[in-house]
Design a protein around this ligand. Structure first.
Ligand SMILES: NC(=O)c1ccc[n+]([C@@H]2O[C@H](COP(=O)([O-])OP(=O)(O)OC[C@H]3O[C@@H](n4cnc5c(N)ncnc54)[C@H](OP(=O)(O)O)[C@@H]3O)[C@@H](O)[C@H]2O)c1
Length: 280
């Protein structure tokens, strides 16, 4: 099985590069230079050369706040780019895995979101990712949509930012009124890989289990890393950002529960492994 991963230099892409390759799979992680998804000619030439059985489309415009001012750039990559990948998947009979986000929801629920709940993104990034879902579904019949949340792995992320700030500052102020599920890219990559061999197409939520606020997440990062620094909870309103974010975007892995069973571990267990890898 030949697998192409777009966004191969990103956090999730690098998790695929780090996976010990299953004996029946060959995984090719591509940067935007090797395959710019907005360039249909380059996309077709790579597909023609590789003839992939599966394409994991993790490449995206991911700058949530910048997207408010750069909507064209976000839509070009997340919608037009996804259209190009989906069309090539249709032509080359490849299965498509489109990586999407908890930010397709507005966060007004007070229970975890299932795959069957109403979407209503609050920001440009979320809207572009949702349109990416729709265009992929219109074009490509062999489609897995995987929604995930609050990723950390190799690369820039909240965990590394907290550990850096803990060295630089006397105390930290962290938002305590947004709740989600931090997800370790290594767990997510493994989860996706176990699905691509099947024909069980559809939309899946895949996040580590449990929930916390950014404040609680930061406290746990510091505890596991053995750092002691005061952390003060603040509100979203006190931490001005360009893009609105859902207050509550916990994903329930409901499709997995209904099918193979939800094999995702708790966010604390994933985080413990990650901290052990990067700190100890
Ligand atoms: N980070 C999160 O918390 C989070 C949460 C939910 C869902 N997601 C989704 O999960 C996926 C992976 O996110 P991530 O955090 O791993 O992303 P990331 O670290 O921000 O990396 C983004 C990746 O997208 C690639 N990319 C950007 N423009 C591209 C283009 N025109 N053509 C091809 N590749 C392009 C970049 O490639 P180059 O570096 O080579 O330019 C980079 O590898 C994305 O689809 C994202 O929307 C992320």
């Amino acid at each position: 099985m030949k697998i192409i991963v777009t966004g191969g230099t990103g956090q999730l892409g690098r998790a695929f590069a780090d996976l010990s390759e299953p004996s029946n799979a060959q995984i090719l992680c591509l940067s935007s230079r090797e395959m710019d998804v907005t360039n249909p000619h380059q996309v077709n030439s790579v597909f023609n050369q590789v003839q992939p059985d599966v394409v994991i489309h993790a490449g995206a415009y991911t700058a949530v706040d910048a997207a408010e001012k750069e909507a064209d750039a976000a839509f070009r990559v997340n919608v037009v780019g996804t259209r190009n990948i989906a069309a090539a998947c249709l032509h080359y009979h490849s299965k498509l895995v489109y990586i999407s986000t908890d930010y397709v929801f507005d966060g007004k629920y007070n229970r975890p979101y299932t795959e069957f709940d109403q979407t209503n993104p609050l920001n440009v990034y979320g809207r572009s990712k949702l349109e990416g879902e729709k265009i992929a579904a219109r074009i490509c019949p062999q489609l897995f949509i995987i929604r995930t949340s609050w990723l950390y792995g190799e690369g820039h992320n909240f965990v590394r930012t907290i550990l850096r700030l803990a060295k630089e500052r006397e105390y930290l102020t962290i938002v305590n009124d947004q709740t989600g599920s931090p997800t370790y890219t290594a767990d997510l990559a493994q989860g996706i890989l176990s699905l691509v061999d099947t024909h069980e197409f559809g939309t899946y939520h895949m996040s580590n289990n449990g929930q916390c606020t950014w404040y609680e997440f930061a406290k746990e990062i510091l505890r596991l890393a053995g750092r002691s620094i005061e952390v003060k909870p603040i509100t979203t309103a006190e931490f001005a950002m360009s893009a609105s974010r859902p207050q509550y975007s916990v994903l329930r892995n409901y499709m997995l529960e209904l099918t193979s069973g939800d094999y995702f571990r708790s966010w604390q267990e994933g985080l413990n492994d990650y901290i052990n890898k990067i700190v100890k």
